[in-house]
Design a protein around this ligand. Structure first.
Ligand SMILES: [Zn+2]
Length: 312
């Protein structure tokens, strides 16, 4: 039977190419099915290592990085897809038909129909089938169960990797970013968002500042990074929303409190900029209180970016 994953799978234990999601011919590992989908979790954990650069990461000193004050595209996604940022939507719409997209933490697989309609070869993965609300499960759920730290896919398989509100739930987000970079084709895009000032939710480990997102992506080798605060989800709103009925009843007040916080900060930044332009200062009033941070990052394409060798 032809499946969306044909020709893309690799063994999570030995990294050999998998011809079928039932068994690895190279190491002999048999994979279980869970709720009629392959479970390609690794049988044990691995080790994590990174090359640490001598200089600390500072986005202001690195070309091709934009920390934006506002999202690059505004407004709700026209098609009202759960959790889909407008800028991510625009980026995904640029992919030609036949492109391959991996969604990590796909939940109910609610993006599948949208991708299918665009002729995108879509694969949704998650850690479990029963992690999301029943109303999301009606979308068919993940194609594959796996661990974002050990993706069961071959190198350079995807044109885009999308992970919305996922990295804060991972034990090693930097490792997951490295895996995303590994399975992306050169020039492929990594799109995602992570919690910043949201209270503890659904077992979250590492919430990220814009700089944290930048460092995570940079460590994984991504370039041409855009990072922006989610303007519709300030921390005040997130806190009231995640409380109880009583706090949710007054969530409208969060905009008032946010405005109260923002106005003097913005005035201060404006006055400072009149004397001395400072782009980073422009970022802070909104990003400081963002409930979540979003990004678009591109894997470098050495065929395009490497300077031509000059003869010695
Ligand atoms: Zn194997």
């Amino acid at each position: 039977m032809m499946s969306a994953c044909d020709g893309l799978l690799s063994c999570p234990d030995c990294r050999a190419d998998l011809a079928s999601p039932e068994r690895c011919v190279a190491c002999g590992r048999e994979f279980e099915q869970e709720d009629e989908r392959p479970n390609l979790m690794p049988s044990s954990g691995g080790s994590v290592s990174f090359e640490w650069p001598v200089r600390a990461f500072n986005p202001a000193t690195i070309p091709d990085v934009e920390i934006l004050r506002f999202p690059p595209e505004h407004g709700q996604p026209r098609e009202g897809i759960y959790h889909l940022d407008r800028a991510h939507e625009a980026c995904l719409k640029e992919l030609p038909a036949g492109s391959t997209v991996l969604e990590i933490g796909c939940g109910g697989g609610q993006m599948r129909k949208w991708m299918d309609e665009r002729g995108i070869r879509y694969i949704g993965v998650d850690v479990a089938v029963d992690r999301v609300h029943d109303w999301l499960r009606t979308h068919g759920g993940p194609d594959i169960l796996c661990d974002a730290h050990v993706l069961p896919f071959r190198d350079e398989s995807f044109d885009a990797v999308y992970a919305s509100a996922v990295w804060e739930h991972l034990a090693f987000p930097q490792l997951a970013a490295k895996e995303a970079a590994r399975v992306l084709k050169p020039g492929g895009v990594c799109l995602g968002s992570a919690s910043f000032l949201e209270p503890w939710h659904d077992a979250s480990y590492y919430h990220m500042t814009p700089y944290g997102v930048f460092m995570t992506l940079s460590l994984a080798g991504f370039r041409a990074i855009q990072i922006w605060p989610e303007t519709k989800w300030p921390g005040f709103r997130a806190m009231l929303e995640m409380g109880n009925k009583a706090t949710r009843a007054v969530r409208g007040l969060s905009w008032l409190i946010y405005g109260w916080y923002l106005a003097p900060k913005a005035a201060q930044a404006w006055l400072r900029n009149r004397r001395k332009p400072d782009e980073q200062a422009l970022l802070h009033p909104i990003a400081e209180m963002a409930g979540a941070i979003a990004w678009i990052a591109r894997k470098s394409d050495s065929r395009l970016t490497e300077p031509a060798k000059t003869p010695d």
